[in-house]
Write a protein that binds this ligand. Structure first.
Ligand code: ZN
Length: 198
């Protein structure tokens, strides 16, 4: 890519390192950014820095937030005795968008995956277990119905059962190999309604 100068190449390289962005898209985005008004480009750069600097894990559910505790954990209107375990904050958002789930969440930030070297200690499992000493009636495991998501669900179930808390798993309706954030609301709610004991 010697035909662009270094600064453009650098921008293309940085953008191309993002997930889902190929070289062509990276180049298109880079040229778009360069043609933006300077203040708009500065706002974009600023929001990246700001988000990176100030977004952190909620001290209770581990979702990404800009406060010590996220609005869901802080809310007195939510049922804090029901915890839905999701893989990431995007899956949390998918269930929140349905507007029909009133419990709270726990965000694992990944799934157990021996092939990718991700063990139980690499996701927010300890944090989940530490929440169960409180007043918790049910843990709904809503990891994706992928091989790794299912294996993680089984692991969580085995871990929690001895504590004496009910563990359920979201049911069919979610296609095998599916990705929760891409599934429509009706399917998500069906999966939640027909959850099964683990
Ligand atoms: Zn929270």
């Amino acid at each position: 890519m010697e035909y662009y100068n270094n600064k453009i190449n650098n921008l293309i390289e940085q953008l191309g390192a993002l997930p889902g962005i190929g070289q062509k898209t990276a180049a298109r985005l880079a040229f778009h950014i360069i043609s933006m008004p300077k203040d708009a480009a500065a706002r974009l750069a600023g929001s990246i820095t700001d988000a990176r600097e100030n977004v952190r894990y909620c001290k209770t559910c581990c979702t990404l937030t800009d406060a010590e505790e996220c609005p869901i954990c802080k809310s007195a209107k939510r049922d804090h005795s029901t915890i839905m375990v999701v893989e990431n904050s995007r899956d949390l958002a998918a269930y929140e968008k349905t507007g029909h789930y009133n419990g709270v969440y726990h965000v694992l930030h990944g799934v157990i995956s021996p092939s990718r070297g991700i063990g139980p200690d690499d996701i927010k499992l300890k944090e989940l277990i530490s929440r169960l000493s409180g007043d918790v009636n049910e843990v709904i495991v809503a990891t994706n119905p992928s091989v790794e998501g299912e294996a993680t669900a089984m692991y969580i179930s085995k871990l929690i059962k001895p504590i004496g808390v009910k563990v359920t798993r979201i049911a069919s309706g979610v296609p095998v190999g599916g990705d929760l954030e891409c599934i429509d609301e009706v399917t998500l709610l069906k999966a939640l309604d027909y959850r099964v004991n683990m």
